[in-house]
Ligand binder design. Structure first.
Ligand code: FAD
Length: 325
């Protein structure tokens, strides 16, 4: 009989001792496992995030299955694909849900290809019924939504977009049991990491306040105005892609489709036009403020507060006002 299980897949561990998007993954997994009447399991490849068993327990996860093969340490795309495919090979019909991150984008479609099953990326919502699965996914950089349907009880693989479903409430059921699993990780890696990117400070994805600058800043030196306001607000600096491409700021600070998808309380976009590829990374902000010299800039159609004016004058004025208040 086909498996009705839901398997959450994690391959990373953040500073908070949890994998990326763990709360939302757990909440979505819980809902789907209840709909399908199957077990909810959490497959961890590589290092075990320290807080995971507690979180998993609070969402009623049946077991955290931990594969700790030496080949799964660090960047291990080939081994992760092999291990996940070997795990799911014994669970035909299961639904695999991974958080969509830079790394998982490289392995999730390959896992599906290995299993010969369907895959949907950028998923924002999904539901299971007796006849299959219905999914909604973001498309065209978040501009639109597309619907997908898996019929029957075939194995399905999906990647849940960043910050797109609200985490439901957790219960308190103690820690989920930990089971060590031995999986076939296959041949040695074909890809090796020559230099690991080093980033400092809070991640954009975790930031409560972000002040982001774009090409309207006109010169790399003016990025200091964005940094000063971010510091005054206790926030983090974000950036549009052109100023990252021009080397004004590190790529880890880029917001948008090919950067980070953020969900802060406050997002201030200074000298940013409002292209959809940028806005997909900040429209989940509780309050979006835009500063742009062009009253017709697209960003004004999406913000709550719009300031028409020169960001080189307005940024320091706002910073001064905050410091004086
Ligand atoms: C596949 C793909 C992926 C992409 N991914 C991303 C991504 O992840 N993130 C991202 O940001 N972009 C991304 N882009 C690029 C995106 O399409 C836009 O080109 C980019 O977001 C524009 O950046 P910008 O708003 O800083 O620059 P511009 O479009 O040049 O806009 C500058 C704005 O500053 C305003 N301005 C000028 N002077 C001042 C001033 N003195 N004061 C105030 N305002 C002023 C102008 O009116 C203008 O609106 C992607 C594009 C593609 C094709």
């Amino acid at each position: 009989m086909a498996s009705r299980d839901v398997v959450l897949l994690s391959i990373d561990s953040g500073r908070d001792g949890l994998p990326s998007n763990a709360l939302r993954l757990a909440a979505m997994g819980r809902r789907l496992a209840d709909q399908r009447g199957g077990q909810l399991r959490w497959l961890v490849l590589g290092d075990l995030p320290t807080q995971l068993a507690t979180l998993a327990g609070s969402y009623g996860v049946t077991a955290v299955d931990h594969a700790d093969d030496d080949s799964l340490g660090g960047w291990a795309g080939d081994a992760q694909v092999n291990a996940a495919a070997s795990y799911l090979g014994d669970r035909q019909g299961a639904l695999l849900i991974a958080a969509q991150t830079f790394d998982s984008r490289c392995i999730v479609p390959r896992i599906a290809a290995r299993l010969g099953c369907g895959v949907v990326m950028n998923v924002v919502d999904l539901d299971s019924d007796d006849d299959g699965l219905s999914l909604t996914a973001a498309a065209y950089g978040g501009d639109t939504r597309s619907g997908y349907r898996f019929e029957g009880d075939a194995t399905a693989v999906v990647a849940l977009g960043d910050n797109v479903v609200d985490a439901g409430p957790a219960g308190s059921q103690g820690e989920a049991p930990l089971e060590t699993v031995s999986l076939d990780c296959g041949e040695p890696e074909r890809v090796s990491v020559v230099e690991r990117a080093v980033t400092e400070g809070p991640r954009l994805e975790d930031a409560e306040v972000i002040v982001a600058g774009g090409r309207g800043l006109q010169d790399a030196a003016n990025l200091g105005l964005v940094e000063e306001l971010a510091t005054a607000l206790g926030g983090v600096v974000g950036a549009s892609r052109p100023i990252v491409d021009d080397g004004w700021i590190d790529r880890s600070q880029q917001v948008g489709l090919t950067g980070s998808i953020t969900r802060p309380r406050l997002y201030i976009a200074a000298g940013i036009s409002g292209a959809s590829q940028h806005m997909v990374g900040c429209t989940s902000a509780k309050t979006l403020v835009a500063i742009n010299i062009d009253p017709d800039a697209a960003v004004f159609r999406q913000c709550r507060y719009g300031l028409v004016g020169d960001c080189l004058e307005l940024l320091p004025a706002i910073t001064r006002a905050i410091k004086e208040s």
